[in-house]
Design a binder for this molecule. Sequence first.
Ligand SMILES: *[C@@H]1O[C@H](CO)[C@@H](O)[C@H](O)[C@H]1NC(C)=O
Ligand SMILES: *[C@@H]1O[C@H](CO)[C@@H](O)[C@H](O)[C@H]1NC(C)=O
Ligand SMILES: *[C@@H]1O[C@H](CO)[C@@H](O)[C@H](O)[C@H]1NC(C)=O
Ligand SMILES: *[C@@H]1O[C@H](CO)[C@@H](O)[C@H](O)[C@H]1NC(C)=O
Ligand SMILES: *[C@@H]1O[C@H](CO)[C@@H](O)[C@H](O)[C@H]1NC(C)=O
Ligand SMILES: *[C@@H]1O[C@H](CO)[C@@H](O)[C@H](O)[C@H]1NC(C)=O
Ligand SMILES: *[C@@H]1O[C@H](CO)[C@@H](O)[C@H](O)[C@H]1NC(C)=O
Length: 622
Amino acid sequence: MVVKLALPALFATVVLSAQPSAPSPKAAPVRELPWAGLNFLHTTDTHGWLGGHLQESSYSADWGDYISFAKHLKDRADDEGVDLVVVDTGDRIEGNGLYDASEPKGKYIFDIFKQQTIDVICSGNHELYQRNSSENELNHTIPNFKGNYLASNLDIRNPETGKFEPLAPRFKKFTTKNKGIRILAFGFLFNFAGNANNTIVTHVEDAVKQKWFQESIRSKDIDMILVIGHASVRSQEFAHIFKTIRSVNWDIPIQFFGGHAHVRDYKKFDENSFALASGRYMETIGFQSIDGFSGGGKSEVAPQAKLSFSRRYIDNNLFSLHHHSGKNSTNFATEHGKNVTKMITKAREELKLDRRHGCAPKTLWVNRAPYPANNSIFSWLEKRVLPVELSTSARAAEGKKALVITNTGALRFDIFEGPFTRDSTYLVSPFTSGFRYVSDVAYSDAKKVLQLLNNEGRILEVASAGNLDASLLAPPEQWSGRLRLSNEASVDNHVHHDSLQAPLGRKDDKPARTPGYTTVDDAGNDGDDTIHSQINFYDVPNCVQATLGFDEDSEADKPKEVDLVYNEFVQPWILLALRYLGEEYNVTDTKPYMEGRSLTSVITDWITEHWASDAEVCSTED
Ligand SMILES: *[C@@H]1O[C@H](CO)[C@@H](O)[C@H](O)[C@H]1NC(C)=O
Ligand SMILES: *[C@@H]1O[C@H](CO)[C@@H](O)[C@H](O)[C@H]1NC(C)=O
Ligand SMILES: *[C@@H]1O[C@H](CO)[C@@H](O)[C@H](O)[C@H]1NC(C)=O
Ligand SMILES: *[C@@H]1O[C@H](CO)[C@@H](O)[C@H](O)[C@H]1NC(C)=O
Ligand SMILES: *[C@@H]1O[C@H](CO)[C@@H](O)[C@H](O)[C@H]1NC(C)=O
Ligand SMILES: *[C@@H]1O[C@H](CO)[C@@H](O)[C@H](O)[C@H]1NC(C)=O
Ligand SMILES: *[C@@H]1O[C@H](CO)[C@@H](O)[C@H](O)[C@H]1NC(C)=O
């Protein structure tokens, strides 16, 4: 396909809408949308970021802008007699103050989210960690998207009857508005096991054997199958669904939409089946199109001309959204979109999300700095934050020395130089779980635990009969495997270039190419709408460790026994590692380390103590 590049005449962009404090996007070379007979917009893993990114201009459009954008595309589809279908694949909650800062959590988000018309929607794993958040799906999101929410392998205990029932319909059939394409749609979740006991996730391998699935895929009155799911597009779950459908229908078009791995990705199953993953945190609006449908509907089985599948990853900023909708700052925002932008602004104000805890003196990266390094968020955590904050525990006050282990996946986002706000807290560390410990472990064994969790993760996986994969302790962008390279040389020093995916820093913007996503997927390297320069991306270990009360490097200082402290999430791996080392502890031997304090509060307290500033504006100039 020939890629047309749109080069803006003006670099200075005046763009209105988005949140008031959002930075203006920079003009950049843009690839056009591969608009066709059937088009899709896709969001996934939004994790509450409906306000957009307020410190990164590349992703600074908000949910109201997305609503305006979808409206313009829908109007275009109607004008041209083609179709647009809007999809979301879950993990809408946890990870942004707009969700997490309210009491109860999610007080504002459901009403904001539902303003977008979404044709097919499903649950992620985050919706299911707690009983009350899955009930919120039942009480809010499902009625808000009535008929469009699908739960192909998910049941919930009805809070009123106490009985398990499907969370939502298993599948639906619908016909597109303009071309009359008849679609059979499913909404799956990967084989998630960490859910609260009021939901049941049926393994995909079992769900596809069920009668309703087997019957539906044999339907004669459909032109294509749409599988949306909260699963990596390269997951065994999607592969299994594909195989099962193909075993009964050798060529029906199958379009998958996935997520969970927080990456941009596009997988080709065969000539008539592709899967799109659209990133994370409202950075990306995925665009997918299928061209060549003859129309469908009228004949029993529409004769399929050769179809062509295309994808585009849209950077979620107003420059891109104006461009792709053919609008500008005067005519882009619809009244509805503006209303939603205002709803978000108001919620952010009520939640005091802009309240400043301090000024970050420099940017600390999750995956854009090597580890260890001065600008690694993990080095900062283990050297500066944990030793100070955990030394106030009762155990440390008694003089008990400790090793403190936390998984790197517990920190979800970078800290940017500049204001660190109440909102930033939830972006960086949305998890509410606390620290626990095993007391008085022989130091000679305790010090080997970290190594087992990191370099020798496979040992633990084997020791747990495959149940505990330690690589899952690292950030999702990393365990998804999409950051790996074919270029072996780069893998050696853990720097990834080609298939590199990393978000754009707000400070290095230049008029032409800005650093940002440079995705390589099964269709090549032309998926990103914005042509970016490449960013280096580094592997980090699964876990990092701080020492409390002694100096690891000093022979004289070494304790005989230590408390082994960890964030709660890692507990199963810690106990397994100890057992592997011959230290038999079980859950009943563990205790809370600092009741009432979580990794989130530890980080916030440290920042308030060390980065506080009375200056009106953080000085962020280099
Ligand atoms: C959801 O609604 C049911 C029925 O009204 C109620 O029993 C339950 O407590 C609600 N759940 C939450 C989390 O509000
Ligand atoms: C669920 O319950 C916990 C504990 O009571 C509470 O902190 C949290 O805000 C609740 N979450 C939701 C979504 O209601
Ligand atoms: C489900 O979990 C809750 C809270 O952890 C617990 O109180 C309850 O007994 C469990 N129910 C079942 C049926 O296991
Ligand atoms: C936006 O486009 C409309 C219609 O083409 C035009 O009238 C208007 O002047 C444009 N506004 C700006 C700021 O370019
Ligand atoms: C937008 O908000 C205004 C004022 O609240 C209301 O009158 C109007 O109906 C809303 N429009 C849309 C399209 O939501
Ligand atoms: C990290 O910071 C320390 C102390 O400020 C400095 O001595 C050291 O050179 C820095 N290291 C790097 C790699 O910048
Ligand atoms: C854990 O230890 C307690 C107390 O020693 C014991 O009763 C329990 O059976 C143990 N549990 C497991 C799973 O080993």
